[in-house]
Design a protein around this ligand. Structure first.
Ligand SMILES: [Zn+2]
Length: 308
């Protein structure tokens, strides 16, 4: 997947994290340092430690924290960073009402068995604006699909994109089936078309290494979108697998005997099952576990489901 090694301007630092915490992108500037995305709440101590290294900002202040979108793995460290640095938090204007209401359903928190510490934001960013972060100009572009309020940040000078979960080297963040949100898949396709027209040189994704082979990544994303458009059940299955994999990374292991009760208890499994699969809780649990095993995301061990 690496292909051509991407080069980034020296003031752009990427802390590549994992699938529980989003990457943290540090833009170091003469006028102050800006951090894009704060990782998952459980990993906030590591996020703070990385930021305080010499590769980060050392003992310098942080001027601003910006979110690409407000999922738990991108905003979970917001509260901890604000407590440490006292910096303003800027987030996409489409996300602001959800943060105001702190609706654990629409934010996919309790609804998906995920957590984030509540925080207050200070500024909103609108699509079409240009901001100077790390001495570079970044255009905020609307990137709805995986998250309908998401923004991506594009630097025209170096043709770099900070993509959040709108484009990864292999795919993008899970999308709601059309029966749940009829806007999501058409928006996903439109966002990919918008990104394809930017002639990007490097993408800094929300998860995984920065990559330069953008054409291949877009081809994979378009292929996935076509498969999703043809089959709502596939979209629903993919979402539940992504959410279960996340829960497994968060909690490190889940008791197999509790899985049927778990998929009954957590809203997204219960709702998707009623709408798409109509299986008994134990059938749904068994099917999800088997699918995670098949793609080597998880394995069974002594009565537990553990990350593979
Ligand atoms: Zn996301």
């Amino acid at each position: 997947m690496s292909g051509i090694a991407p080069t980034l301007p020296p003031q752009v630092r990427v802390f590549v994290r994992d699938w529980l915490s989003s990457n943290n992108i540090l833009l170091k500037g003469r006028e102050g340092h800006v951090l894009i995305d704060s990782g998952y709440a459980r990993h906030a101590p590591l996020t703070l430690a990385l930021l305080a290294t010499p590769q980060g900002i050392g003992a310098a202040p942080l001027a601003r924290l910006v979110n690409t979108h407000c999922h738990s793995d991108h905003m979970g460290g917001n509260a901890a960073i604000k407590a440490r640095y006292g910096c303003p938090i800027a987030l996409p204007d489409g996300e602001a009402p959800l943060i105001d209401a702190w609706d654990e359903n629409t934010l996919l928190l309790a609804y998906a068995d995920q957590r984030a510490d509540r925080f207050a934001y200070d500024e909103v960013i609108r699509a079409g604006e240009t901001h100077v972060w790390g001495d570079l100009e970044w255009q905020a572009l609307a990137a709805p699909g995986h998250d309908m309020g998401a923004l991506v940040f594009f630097n025209p000078e170096h043709r770099i994109l900070i993509s959040g979960d709108a484009l990864w080297a292999n795919g993008y963040g899970f999308v709601m089936p059309r029966e749940v949100d009829p806007r999501a898949l058409p928006a996903t396709r439109a966002t990919l078309e918008m990104l394809a027209a930017l002639e990007l040189r490097v993408v800094i994704p929300g998860h995984g290494e920065p990559f330069a082979d953008v054409g291949a990544a877009l081809a994979r994303a378009f292929a996935r979108t076509a498969a999703f458009e043809a089959d709502s059940l596939r979209v629903a299955r993919h979402a539940l697998k992504a959410v279960l994999t996340f829960a497994l990374l968060d909690q490190r292991r889940l008791p197999l005997c509790d899985m049927p009760a778990y998929v009954e208890r957590i809203g997204i499994y219960r709702d998707f099952n009623a709408r798409f699969f109509r299986l008994s809780p134990s059938e749904l649990a068994e099917r999800l576990v088997a699918e995670l095993e098949k793609v080597h995301a998880a394995r069974r061990e002594d009565g537990w489901l553990v990350p593979a």
